[in-house]
Design a protein around this ligand. Structure first.
Ligand code: GLU
Length: 480
């Protein structure tokens, strides 16, 4: 079997988006599953949309996810270089002119205005899918063409779409797909500025880079016949195509980069303290399903398990709750030191820790290791320990606060207050409160918790009181 070579071909228009990241991931998993190569190619021909640093950002966030391209602009294989389309312009010119010589393409001198006028006229006469009117192919004399050429008139190169041709291919995900050439107008291969269009450049690149399989978003399905057309004209075989399902939001709408309800860029997840391994795992389930119920897989397990046969063609919903759940599973599996390294920077940024002891900080962080879903969440989870006043959180807390038993446990706590304030000594005091009042269970524990923290539920009581601190707890108990 020839070596599998797949590519991820982003335009450097910004940070790595969830849809692109998923495309990269599936190409990568496929390549690694079959011990092939994963290539990063930069499709930078849309000059207006390129952003400075876009390519670096793509590489950076692929790296963050643990996806290292075997070949890329910064790690080129001389056999296939260069890896940026704007550095391959000569190659596209060469093949476009070859197509002209073969009679499959021609120069078109029509101006934008002429084209617009004609498309408008077609629309007026009821044509919905307007096509180029082939003026430069059929309705200009040889003399006229020669004088346009002699005057160095700018031109595009258009492909002469064959008549009555059918493009049938076996999509790896969708099965048989077919398109007819009559639905495709003579499209532009090379624009007047010498830059190729996507559909032309992608063929030249995939062929000359020996790409064997292409996994890409389903929005490219209708581009595929245009690409197959060029492969046929140049007498080349073509890769196997697989068009992946859409990613939709909870309202079943296609994710749009403008939709603010879902964070869509890897950079945003990194900033919030999501783990790249969890992101990798989560995205692998966006349009692919493993065998069996288990959904937590390491990088290596996913490479091993991945199969193009289990890619889905129905839309895949991006569920932020599921991402949180998966991320929490990875956090729980971390050592305490790893967890601390993840969350401490978020706490340091949000709170003033200068007066807190190392023991206090460790107790706090430890308390939320199992519950925390992502780094930044630690700030919200622990906020009550940084407040200076205790506020009753809701009606239930107010009810509990008013109980006589709550009064009793609060007074008993003060009467038995520890001489040094540690988790152990607080625990002993709680035991003494239990003995002296004869109260236990909810009246004891919930009563003390509500008085000290204002909350009805929370983590381990002794740790909670210890963290709230002696001064605030005793003050609150006295105040009841
Ligand atoms: N630059 C194209 C995109 O980002 C690549 C499409 C393809 O994989 O052929 O959508």
């Amino acid at each position: 079997m020839t070596k599998v070579r797949v590519r991820y071909a982003p335009s450097p228009t910004g940070h790595l988006h969830i849809g692109n990241a998923r495309t990269a991931l599936f190409n990568y998993l496929f390549a690694k599953h079959y011990e092939g190569d994963f290539i990063l190619r930069i499709e930078d021909t849309d000059l207006e949309r390129n952003v400075v640093g876009g390519e670096e950002s793509q590489l950076k966030y692929l790296g963050w996810l643990g996806i290292t391209p075997d070949e890329s602009p910064v790690n080129p294989n001389p056999k296939y270089s260069p890896y940026r389309q704007m550095e391959r312009l000569e190659l596209y010119q060469k093949y476009a002119h070859q197509l002209i010589e073969l009679g499959h393409a021609y120069k078109c001198y029509c101006t934008e205005e002429e084209l617009d006028e004609d498309y408008e006229a077609q629309k007026q006469s009821g044509v919905v899918a307007t096509q180029y009117n082939r003026k430069c192919l059929l309705h200009r004399s040889q003399d006229e063409l020669a004088s346009l050429e002699a005057a160095n008139t700018p031109y595009t190169i258009r492909v002469r779409v064959p008549e009555n041709e059918v493009y049938i291919f076996q999509d790896m995900i969708r099965g048989e797909v077919s398109f007819e050439s009559k639905d495709i107008g003579d499209w532009v291969l090379i624009k007047a500025n010498g830059i190729p269009t996507y559909n032309f450049a992608v063929v030249i690149d995939d062929h000359t880079m020996d790409i064997t399989h292409v996994f890409r978003g389903e929005e490219h399905l209708s581009n595929t016949p245009k690409q197959i057309m060029i492969y046929r004209m140049l007498g080349w075989g073509y890769p196997l195509f697989g068009h992946m399902t859409l990613i939709v939001n909870e309202q079943r709408k296609k994710l749009s980069k403008r939709d603010n309800s879902i964070l869509q860029f890897m950079s945003q997840y990194e900033e919030l303290g999501y783990l790249p391994q969890a992101m990798f795992n989560f995205m692998s389930l966006l349009g692919w399903s493993p065998i069996g119920e288990e959904e937590i897989f390491t990088h290596e397990e996913l490479v091993k398990q991945f199969s193009e046969e289990r890619l889905s063609k129905s839309p895949s919903m991006f569920d932020p709750q599921k991402l949180k759940w998966i991320n929490n599973r990875y956090i729980k599996a971390m050592s305490y030191e790893e967890f601390k390294a993840l969350v401490l920077p978020f706490l340091e940024k949000a709170q003033d820790l200068s007066s807190k002891s190392e023991l206090w900080i460790d107790t706090l962080i430890h308390l939320y290791h199992d519950q925390c879903s992502y780094g930044q969440e630690i700030v919200e989870l622990t906020s009550m320990f940084f407040e200076t006043q205790t506020v009753l959180e809701n009606e239930e807390a107010q009810e509990v606060y008013k109980l006589d038993t709550t009064y009793e446990v609060a007074k008993a706590f003060v009467a038995n207050r520890p001489s040094v304030w540690t988790i152990e000594s607080v625990k002993e005091t709680i035991n003494k409160v239990k003995e002296t009042t004869g109260l236990k269970g909810k009246p004891l524990f919930m009563g003390l918790r509500v008085v000290a923290s204002g909350k009805v539920h929370g983590p381990d009581l002794a740790s909670t009181l210890y963290l709230i601190g002696e001064e605030r707890v005793i003050f609150a108990c006295n105040a009841r």
